[in-house]
Design a protein. Sequence first.
Length: 339
Amino acid sequence: MSVRSAVQRDSELTATREMFYNEALGDALRLEMERDPRVIVMGEDIAEHGGAFQVTAGLLDRFGPTRIRQTPISELGIVGAAVGAALTGLRPVVELMYVDFSGLATDQVVNQAAQNRFMFGGQARVPLVIRAQGGSGRGNAAQHSKSLEAWFAHVAGLKVVMPATPADAKGLLAAAIRDDDPVMFIEHKLLYRTKGDVPAGEHLVPLGRADVKRPGRDLTIVSWSRELVFSLEAAETLAGEGIEAEVVDVRTLVPLDVATILASVRRTRHCLVVHEAIKRGGYGAEIAALVAEEAFDDLDAPPKRLAGLDTPIPYAKHLERSVVPQVEDIVAAARALTS
């Protein structure tokens, strides 16, 4: 699958090259480590092996074991050590192999990383990035396929980023590393081998700025991560039926670019929020509520959510596919909303 990024409005593009999503992340890490000697990387299998999804491939040879820190299999220990490193002046980037395992480090993420700046009256900073792989589609079953972004979006003091394209993955990771607050950076495991044009050299995408990936007049589809890719495919199908869908990629859930979402909804008068996580308590409810509260008089229909079923992710591929929104599901929901 090839994902072509929309025209970037976050930096001037003088040169681009086609890269895989995982390569774009690795490029961001390399550039930030070259730029700032305080940046270190920590995690399981990130050194000689290059990470479970090859994001850190080649970094050990370039930067050595002092800055590419291979760790034991202990999410609590990894994040705890990284919080301490951040508090004492480093800028650690942690890789958790699957977001499902983040629960093992909950105290360090929720009570330490996210709260220290507040607890110390602004005198402490925790410039920590926690990279984690989320989502379904590889037949990894229930313990390795969750979408847990709503958990972290509920934590005050924690930023949440979920890029959908290689260019955004590079730009958002660089911005997250430079941020002085802890960032939960969640990458969908089926996006790693998608391709797109990526700016060469330094590339920053500001946190808290959504992107209209496809303009339209009849319907706003708000999404992120892999479902954003599905939404773009659905928009092409809908266009063939005379329904022009505008596709908004939130890119960062926290901070959320409410203004871009509301401006789009006020133009199209319809809003469909699409995400892979289960519908109950999902982040789509937050967006739908904001649209209803702030743009009620501009709507021709209530905002709708399309999300995963309230069930653990099955192991069998055909069942796995059936419990999260697919392109055809988005098309059907958009038809119903605009009819």
